[in-house]
Design a protein around this ligand. Structure first.
Ligand code: ZN
Ligand code: ZN
Length: 337
């Protein structure tokens, strides 16, 4: 099978011919149809984060394809079924976090395209229970970005507890942000989209954002405070200054949800007096559970969300990474196999 392989953190990805993996007991073999390119894949390929993957490995955690073979003992999936391969490739199901419905916090978890090989390949194996079924009404083109960008922002809006008429500031309108705007709307929020690119703000407006702030021209903190301050701010742009702006845009009782991960393990400082007296909260949010992903697919099948994505071939993986890094891509790139 053809796969895009990270051989070193300083080299481009290599298209290699690898053996098709064998599904072990409880696993399924998936023949890939599409796979989205997430910024996390680029951080993985560059070894940017404190915990690094081990080359050689295959990135990719927005994979969508059909089950081709079942490993021993699999009963919960069938051959031909269409499934998604998400960041959460496995969780133990037995620890306190898993039992509490927080499998995304499981310390035994495997992460597709990071700690185990991912979806930038014609085939991948994963535990059957973590191959989330994709409804017929969701195309494979759309299912790919929903599998990370969708579930991650859906969860961020949930943990931010967005209620009807809450003012929700979305900092960063790219692959994740274009979906965050839509989930904030679905939850009833009045959405303020913040970005430095007018084209991305125009996309946010088309997707339902109520107010637009171009942070390259206008101070987003002043602009959002002029609306009365954000009840919820979602920090998707992965740099400390944008996160600090997101915090300072909060009104009293506001919640800051941190999602975007910077390349450099940056920290932000929280002014203690302001946080305590204002009853503010800072919440970290990592992807979403399998149930969250099923909900994301259900909303899309019901026509509540739209995907903005362009397709590329897997052979173009390095050019696609350059496109994302240059900011040319409006929202998402999806590889079509
Ligand atoms: Zn991702
Ligand atoms: Zn667990």
């Amino acid at each position: 099978m053809r796969a895009a392989v990270v051989t070193s953190f300083t080299a481009p990805l290599e298209i290699q011919e690898l053996p098709i993996p064998e599904p072990g007991p409880g696993e399924v073999l998936v023949r890939m149809e599409t796979s989205g390119l997430c910024h996390t894949d680029i951080h993985a390929a560059h070894g940017d984060w404190p915990v690094r993957p081990t080359p050689p490995f295959v990135p990719g955690h927005e994979g969508v394809g059909h089950v081709e073979r079942l490993g021993h003992g699999v009963t919960e999936r069938s051959v031909g079924q269409r499934v998604a391969i998400a960041w959460l490739g496995y969780a133990c199901g037995a620890c306190r976090h898993c039992i509490a419905g927080w499998e995304t916090l499981c310390e035994q978890q495997h992460n597709s395209g990071y700690s185990v090989n991912g979806s930038f390949a014609e085939y991948a194996v994963l535990p059957a229970a973590f191959a989330t079924p994709v409804p017929d009404a969701v195309s494979s083109h759309d299912a790919a970005p929903l599998t990370c960008a969708g579930v991650t922002t859906f969860k961020a809006i949930k943990v931010g507890r967005v209620a009807p008429a809450d003012k929700v500031a979305i900092f960063g309108v790219g692959g994740l942000g274009h979906l965050a705007v839509q989930y904030a709307r679905i939850a009833g929020g009045i959405v303020i989209a913040v970005d430095v690119e007018d084209t991305k703000l125009a996309m946010a407006r088309d997707l339902g954002a109520d107010h637009l702030v171009n942070a390259s021209r206008t101070d987003p903190v002043a602009a959002i405070q002029a609306f009365g301050g954000a009840d919820v701010a979602v920090a998707l742009a992965a740099n400390a200054s944008s996160v600090e702006q997101a915090y300072r845009s909060l009104g009293r009782g506001g919640r800051l949800v941190l999602v975007g991960l910077p390349a450099d393990n940056a920290a932000v400082s929280v002014p203690i007096f302001d946080c305590v007296l204002g009853g503010k909260q800072v919440i970290g949010s990592i992807v979403g559970t399998r149930n969250d992903l099923a909900d994301v697919f259900a909303l899309h099948a019901a026509g509540r969300t739209k995907i903005v994505a362009v397709e590329r071939k897997l052979d173009e993986v390095n050019e696609a990474i350059d496109e994302v890094l240059s900011g040319e891509v409006p929202a998402r790139i999806v590889f079509r196999f």
